[in-house]
Design a binder for this molecule. Structure first.
Ligand code: PLP
Length: 410
């Protein structure tokens, strides 16, 4: 395939997907093709003014009254509902605040309370490090055993001992999309609950939390939700589990009467029971403004655009790098919103591409990871990226000794 042909194909596809091109809702630097939105999402246009208002008017002028007059107190649940719309959760089941790691910790303890008498947490090897560390840490606290199985083996490894199955909906390294409906159903058949990490799917892939009767889920705000660096995370607790939800971090914001300043903890009802302490309000308001980028947008349409983009990118890479060892699955149904491949010079490729304005990332030991945030990318952007890849490879820029010296794994 020639680049002329790719340019023409990209133009056709961009025309066909014109209604889901949301680039105008983002502020991206000129000359950059940003393929790292699965690590830190781009800046939505609505955010700077919202943050300025939060700082200057709300904090600066209205001071502490803002907890009421500007809706600060209710923000964790209000923003949770906005995220809920994107992950298929009806209002009142998602709360925002704290980090994914903290939300994982909290949710695992809640799962233990939902399944007393069971002592196994079933997960997969190779999940994101924080998930592995938190699972191991909570298992040690609870006296649970951690069992690992490849996602395809999970259903056959379920037993009456399994309290909870913990998995990432989309794998952070390979971009593989797991079959959430069937794994969730299999876990339920075995009497276990499921806890899904949605970091790499929320805002990119329909999740259908309510539809598939997921029990618990967590995710971050800074990837495809574009909430900014360190944006607060969220936790989902299905309505049917909220009365029995035990909050292992019973902070005062989750109290039934927080301003009674009572000595004893009494959990609030509903999703507020999962609140912990004072949320990072500026980040929370930035996330709320960022979510406006999805106003009026159906996540299924984002997914359709993403599939077209990732398929196009994969084919175009295969064209300039015929021996590309893709780790992201080829079939649409198994692919999240990234294209990833292994290469011995992966680190050098990522660095050389960045020097040409194509920003992807490297994941140890040898993965080039190209995140495709559909709202702000076009097929034409991807041709630019693949042209840069071809130029890097042709010129041997990826073998520049400067990159080798800085590669942490060599
Ligand atoms: C699957 C997954 N879980 C968790 C995290 C991060 O957790 P935290 O937000 O606590 O840093 C990431 C970050 O990339 C991730 O990819």
């Amino acid at each position: 395939m020639t680049f002329d042909h790719l340019d023409a194909r990209a133009a056709d596809l961009d025309a066909a997907h014109a209604t889901t091109d949301l680039r105008e809702r983002f502020l991206l630097p000129p000359g950059v093709v940003y393929l790292d939105g699965n690590s830190l999402g781009a800046l939505p246009r609505a955010v700077p003014a919202a943050v300025r208002d939060a700082v200057e008017q709300q904090w600066g002028r209205d001071l502490i009254a803002s907890w009421n007059t500007h809706g600060w107190w209710d923000a964790p649940v209000r923003v949770g509902d906005a995220i809920g719309r994107l992950v298929g959760a009806a209002p009142g089941q998602v709360v925002v605040g704290d980090s994914t790691s903290v939300r994982l910790h909290q949710s695992l303890h809640a799962a233990a309370a939902l399944r007393p008498g069971r002592s196994v947490v079933l997960t997969e090897p190779g999940s994101f490090p924080t998930d592995q560390y938190v699972v191991a840490g909570v298992a040690a606290q609870l006296g649970w055993r951690v069992e690992h199985a490849a996602p395809a083996e999970i259903p056959s490894r379920l037993s009456p001992d399994v309290a909870v199955v913990v998995l990432s909906h989309v794998d952070y390294r390979t971009g593989e999309l797991l079959d959430l409906p069937s794994i969730t159903a299999a876990a339920h058949d075995a009497g276990a609950v499921v806890l899904w990490d949605l970091c790499h799917s929320a805002g990119a892939v329909p999740v259908g939390l309510d539809e598939h009767q997921v029990d618990l889920a967590v995710g971050c705000g800074y990837k495809y939700l574009n909430g900014g660096p360190g944006a607060p995370a969220y936790g989902y607790v299905a309505a049917r589990h909220q009365d029995a939800f035990v909050n292992v971090v019973p902070g005062w914001h989750g109290h039934a009467q927080p301003f009674a300043m009572a000595d004893q903890y009494v959990g609030a009802s509903g999703i507020s029971r999962a609140r912990i302490g004072t949320p990072p309000m500026l980040s929370l308001l930035a996330l709320e403004a960022a979510l406006q980028a999805f106003d009026g947008v159906d996540i299924h349409d984002v997914r359709a655009r993403s599939l077209s983009l990732t398929r196009f990118l994969r084919d175009a890479i295969a064209d300039v790098l015929p021996d590309a060892a893709f780790v992201s699955p080829e079939p649409d149904g198994l692919r999240g919103s990234q294209v990833a491949l292994r290469h011995p010079d992966a680190y050098g490729i990522v660095q050389a591409l960045a020097a040409r304005g194509v920003v992807g990332d490297f994941r140890s030991p040898d993965v080039v990871r190209l995140g495709v945030a559909a709202p702000y990318l076009t097929h034409a952007d991807l041709v630019t990226a693949v042209r840069a890849l071809r130029d890097v490879l042709d010129a041997g820029e990826h073998r520049d000794p400067a990159w080798a010296r800085r590669n942490p794994v060599t």
